[in-house]
Design a protein around this ligand. Structure first.
Ligand code: HEM
Length: 418
């Protein structure tokens, strides 16, 4: 442990030490899910390279995360060793999570990433904007007609499902089950799982695969425009020397559909909740709508949708003088690093005009989020147009958070609209 810096703690040093000593992702108190930040502050001040009960490490400093993200030779994304005992090596959850590009190193990572990122270039993203604006306005009109809404159910979750559905050209009539599958499959990445959650995740991969097999067969018969349709790109990539096996193709489609859902829902939901919690910042944004871009970055920093990342140590190394033997599992505390006073002035302040804002909500380096500009556009249009239409929206009851350590967001956010 390092010497406490009382200025960076908001609890008594003895309480901070208690938060740190017992900290393990596999044994979190309920209070952590509501507000993990006192624990993150205590860890960053007292024990920034913290060893948890299972021997893995939890990191909270911005500079440590940056160093790890940059160095794919020393820190791997492959998760086969970690996921075999978690899911069972023969399970579909194991096959899914160990085949998706995010949990792979080159060469699979490079091939899949190249295929996806080609379809998410700035021109392609700009081309999606008119349909996104029309969708957001339709949702806003429907909420206005009712005068009240649950901002997660009626707004935040309805946007990414359409955007990602369009990206893979999933027929509208088929989109209903996508969110449930996505929640179950990504939910299986939480540090602790009940047998029911495991079974639900497993069933969701099976159903998703069965659906995609048919969709892929249909798309092979009738290819779409590879400039816009990621599924056609991934299929045609197979013939262009970027060979993906059928399993790689299907599992990476599932990953793309999942990656863009819950994270972006939470960006929109967290943003609208923050503007309720900080009325001065809401006023500022209403008075100067050009602040929407830095405001989205600040939402991403302050309440990162994806709070945790993971890597494993490839060969014996050290981080800030701490020896890391090969095989050590490392959890990267994105939510903690995004409030590191070494990187951000007054980090506990929600400031929609903050510049610079070098947050790590999208990670960085070789695995940095491929969808980051798409997510930014969704956040900007959804929150910007909502606020222009309902500048006086107000809480209509308690908002509920999902009890999740990795994906931070709300399950319900009831409001009245004005
Ligand atoms: C606010 C919304 C989003 C957040 C906070 C977010 C966050 C992240 C993070 C932190 C990673 C890196 C994971 C790691 O290596 O540890 C990642 C990867 C990825 N994200 Fe996102 N994401 C968002 C939206 C999207 C969207 C809309 C897409 C749509 C296509 C997307 C697609 C991907 C893909 C394909 C990867 C894997 C990249 C790779 O491994 O090379 N994400 N995302």
């Amino acid at each position: 442990m390092v010497t406490p810096d009382p200025a960076s703690l908001d609890v008594a040093p003895a309480d901070a030490a208690r938060l740190v000593q017992g900290f393990s992702l596999k044994d979190l108190p309920d209070s952590f899910y509501d507000d993990p930040y006192p624990t993150y502050r205590a860890l960053r001040s007292l024990d920034p390279i913290h060893r948890m009960a299972d021997g893995s490490l939890f990191l909270t400093r911005h500079r440590d995360l940056e160093e790890i993200y940059k160095d794919t030779a020393r820190f791997r994304s492959d998760k086969k060793v970690e996921f075999a005992p978690k899911y069972g090596a023969g399970s579909l959850l194991f096959e899914h999570h160990t085949t998706s590009l995010v949990f792979n190193d080159p060469p699979l990572h490079t091939r899949v990433r190249r295929l996806i990122s080609g379809a998410l270039n700035p021109r392609a993203i700009a081309g999606m904007e008119p349909a996104l604006v029309a969708l957001v306005d339709r949702l806003i009109d429907a909420m206005a007609a009712r005068g009240a809404a649950d901002l997660i159910e009626d707004f935040a979750s309805a946007i990414p499902i359409e955007v990602i559905g369009n990206l893979l050209a999933v027929p509208h009539a088929d989109r209903g089950p996508l969110r449930g599958w996505s929640l179950a499959i990504l939910g299986a990445l939480e540090p602790v799982l009940s047998p029911a959650q495991l079974a639900f995740g497993e069933r969701s991969v099976a159903e998703f695969l069965a659906y995609l097999r048919e969709l892929v067969a249909e798309r092979r018969r009738h290819p779409g425009n590879p400039e816009q349709d990621v599924l056609t790109r991934l299929i045609q990539g197979e013939d262009n020397g970027e060979r993906l096996s059928e399993t790689e193709l299907l599992q990476n489609c599932i990953f793309i559909l999942n990656a863009g859902h819950e994270t972006t829902t939470n960006l929109i939901g967290n943003g609208l909740e923050l503007l309720l919690r900080y009325p001065d910042q809401r006023r500022r944004l209403i008075d100067d709508p050009t602040l929407i871009k830095p405001a989205i970055e600040e939402v991403l920093r302050f309440e990162s949708s994806n709070q945790l990342g993971n890597r494993s140590v490839a060969a014996d190394t050290a981080l800030d003088g701490v020896a890391l033997p090969a095989g050590t599992l490392v959890t990267l505390g994105i939510g903690a690093a995004n409030r590191d006073p070494e990187q951000f002035a007054d980090p506990e302040r929600f400031d929609i005009g903050r510049t610079p804002n070098r947050h790590l909500a999208f990670a960085s380096g070789a695995h940095a989020c491929v969808g980051l500009n798409l997510a930014r556009m969704e956040g900007r249009i959804a929150i910007g147009r909502f606020l222009a239409r309902f500048p006086g929206y107000a809480a209509a009851g308690p908002a509920h958070r999902a009890r999740r350590a990795r994906f931070r967001g709300f399950t319900t956010l009831p409001v009245t609209l004005a």
